[in-house]
Write a protein that binds this ligand. Structure first.
Ligand SMILES: N[C@@H](CCC(=O)N[C@@H](CS)C(=O)NCC(=O)O)C(=O)O
Length: 117
């Protein structure tokens, strides 16, 4: 059994130790957050009522990943729609941007998120 006392700056040392202390059922995200790493920036381009988008939102929440939602226009010629189509090569929503890497289609998006969890 190891007892750790935290006084002031010693909290930082504890954060560093988090690389080695992996509690049961830890999530990679928790360890990254504890160790002070920068989390991936995730933006989901979606329609609120789209079932494929709902599947992706559910996965993001299940994995406890923070993300920003952008509700896009139904107009395929809208500026944001054109941008996500060009970057993902997919003309439907959902499209996800993970640190500048765009992925479309709920199946591949979910696979990608699971690989990060
Ligand atoms: N196979 C795609 C299907 C996605 C899809 O059909 N999305 C609809 C909205 S629910 C869409 O974007 N339709 C074209 C449009 O509204 O411009 C996926 O799983 O993500």
């Amino acid at each position: 059994m190891i007892a750790i006392l935290i006084f002031g700056n010693h909290a930082t040392q504890l954060e560093n130790l988090s690389c080695y202390i992996k509690p049961k059922n830890y999530k990679h995200k928790d360890i990254k957050a504890l160790s002070g790493d920068i989390m991936a920036k995730i933006t989901l381009y979606q329609y609120e009522g789209c079932p494929f988008c709902a599947k992706v939102r559910a996965k993001l929440e299940e994995l406890n990943l923070e993300y920003e939602k952008v509700n896009v226009s139904t107009d395929g010629e809208d500026e944001t729609r054109v941008m996500i189509r060009e970057k993902s090569n997919v003309s439907t929503v959902p499209v996800i941007d993970i640190d500048g890497e765009f992925t479309g289609d709920s199946g591949p998006i979910i696979q990608k998120l699971e690989s990060m969890g």
